[in-house]
Ligand binder design. Structure first.
Ligand code: DO4
Ligand code: MG
Length: 276
């Protein structure tokens, strides 16, 4: 089941049929411990709509939840960070966190900083080296249960985080630094470990960068990331947790205004954003 947030409300896609999600509040739904079963029960009462009506009306699938992120959860990310922070003497931190029991978790965004499908993500004016980070993203209930999945883009300023690891919040948290969508996949809690995550960056009609990985390369168990995040913390609205990037463009690459970023995770869909 796919749950879409649109400018006129929300929509539910189940077995190829799209329903108008009238009568529910987004935040209330996202707080459910079992939103899929809740909506399955409601489907017979909902009106079917033309799937085309949602395509151009999508919003980020977030209400009042916070967005958090895990870092250095793939070997590729560990490698890239060690290299970028070497000159500043910070490379060792990334190696150590990759192997440590406690994961790196950081605050990423409030809903006001999140861009939806087809929206414009930003690069910082004071950054010279900016990249998208394609991340499998968990929807977590207030009780700490993973209830859904979406696609996230953890936009990052690599020169700023590389200069000093203490600059991480500035490299990561700024207006339009995060994108989520196109929908939330609500399933029975399982997810294919071999699912592909693909990143494509287009400049004009040229593919500037393309690469893919699979969830099999994610070093951490998503449930253990959630357990750490929920230690001594309360998420009354639930939250989104990005699980880290396994794809990092080469060091010669930096995003430019008007680049088009497409992140695809087949069971969920494609999240498309433009830079600017
Ligand atoms: O530690 C820096 C950020 C790591 C990150 O965002 C990632 O690995 O995805
Ligand atoms: Mg990241």
């Amino acid at each position: 089941m796919k749950l879409y947030r649109t400018i006129t409300g929300f929509a539910i896609e189940q077995d190829g049929v799209v329903y108008r999600g009238a009568g529910f509040k987004w935040d209330v739904l996202l707080k459910e411990e079992n939103p899929r079963d809740f909506l399955l029960g409601a489907l017979p009462r909902l009106e079917q709509i033309d799937p085309e009506t949602i395509v151009s009306n999508l919003r980020a699938p977030i209400g009042h939840q916070e967005v958090w992120a895990a870092g250095v959860t793939y070997f590729r990310s560990r490698d890239a960070r060690m290299e970028e922070a070497k000159a500043a003497g910070g490379g060792d931190f990334y190696d150590r966190v990759y192997d440590a029991e406690r994961p790196e978790l950081f605050f990423k965004a409030t809903a006001s900083r999140v861009v939806g499908p087809n929206g414009r993500v930003a690069i910082r004016d004071d950054a010279k080296w900016s990249v998208p980070e394609p991340e499998w993203t968990l929807l977590v209930s207030p009780g700490g249960k993973i209830t859904g999945y979406t696609i996230g883009n953890d936009m990052s300023s690599r020169d700023i985080e590389g200069e000093n690891p203490l600059y991480l919040p500035q490299a990561k948290v700024y207006q339009r630094s995060c994108s989520l969508g196109p929908c939330i996949l609500l399933n029975d809690g399982t997810f294919d470990k071999n699912a592909e995550i693909k990143l494509e960056i287009f400049r004009g009609d040229k593919t500037e960068f393309s690469d893919s990985t699979t969830l099999a390369s994610l070093k951490r168990d998503p449930k253990s990331l959630v357990q750490y995040l929920y230690r001594n913390n309360v998420f009354a609205e639930g939250c989104f947790l990005m699980t880290g990037t396994g794809i990092v463009p080469p060091d010669s690459f930096t995003l430019q205004v008007n680049d088009r970023i497409e992140i695809t995770i087949p069971p969920i869909g494609t999240l498309m954003n433009t830079v600017g």
